[in-house]
Design a protein around this ligand. Sequence first.
Ligand code: ACO
Length: 321
Amino acid sequence: MIRSVITGTGSALPAKCVTNADLAARVDTSDEWIVERTGIRQRYIADDSETTSTLATAAARNALEAAGVDAQEIGLIVLATATPDHTFPATATQVQAALGCGGGVAFDVQAVCSGFLYALATADSLLRTGMATKALVIGSETFSRILDWDDRTTCVLFGDGAGAVVLEAQDVAADGPGILASRLHADGQHKDMLYVDGGPSTTGTVGKLRMKGREVFRHAVVNLASVLKEVLEESGTSAADIDWVVPHQANARILDATARKLDLPAEKVVVTVDRHANTSAASVPLALDTAMRDGRIKPGDLVMFEAMGGGFTWGASLARM
Ligand code: ACO
């Protein structure tokens, strides 16, 4: 059977690391509050020379190298971002040019923190139709550009970065590698709980992120537990079969609460929120690359990806590595 197989991962972070103490010098907050409520200790923030496309290109190069794939072989780039370099063209096309892919399909997906899950499911579908045989799926964000740096309730939560995977259509055995099941959801009724108060068609400005954190938290735990159950059912697996969960890194308490709801031991959850904070669409591939490179995730492992974000949008995918 033809499946989309993850054959390489990569990531990239801005050079500048900003600690909680650095933020406490700027807004009325403390390392203690941030660590206790979120688990975040530091985040990386892009300087003027680092953009969503430059971070995405660096992550993509690492993923191509890990997969042993040449940029010329890539026929599809799906890039998830809510912070594109420009309103248009798609940041994916900038990455395509920077990598020297020389053709194929390239477009952006906008599902905020769930963006990578949306991009992965989209690329998986296109590969299985034969649209391309090798794809790059990228999550890249510079949320620092849309933060209100005077709002302590949001500015401490986010960071910048990028993660990428090479996805290849391969003819595999039933128990072989590849994406086994994906489920995506959206519910547009909750826009006001998490949104950016600008945009080209409304204010004509980029705008700043606004969030009702407590309500987002409540919806996140319920929606994530529910979509994880759907993917387990769809793939005929149980929570006990899962080797690793690579979740969207929003907040350590959301990760704990979701794992508890599914009876998943905390040791199976990859956590990078302490180092990267919430990097929106980049957080799942960044965490995946971290756990691949430090040797935790190995070939043959069953890995669950999950995310929830603005919209609300949410989703999960199960893959054998
Ligand atoms: N430093 C110090 N105090 C703060 C800070 C801060 N950075 N931010 C808020 N406070 C204060 C508030 O003003 C409030 O003070 P008050 O009681 O005097 O009014 C107090 O802390 C408690 O505020 P709450 O918002 O009720 O705190 P809560 O325990 O809910 O934690 C948090 C806030 C961390 C945002 C939490 O609600 C959360 O994690 N929500 C999920 C949001 C999220 O992760 N969003 C990311 C995008 S969506 C996604 O990725 C899933």
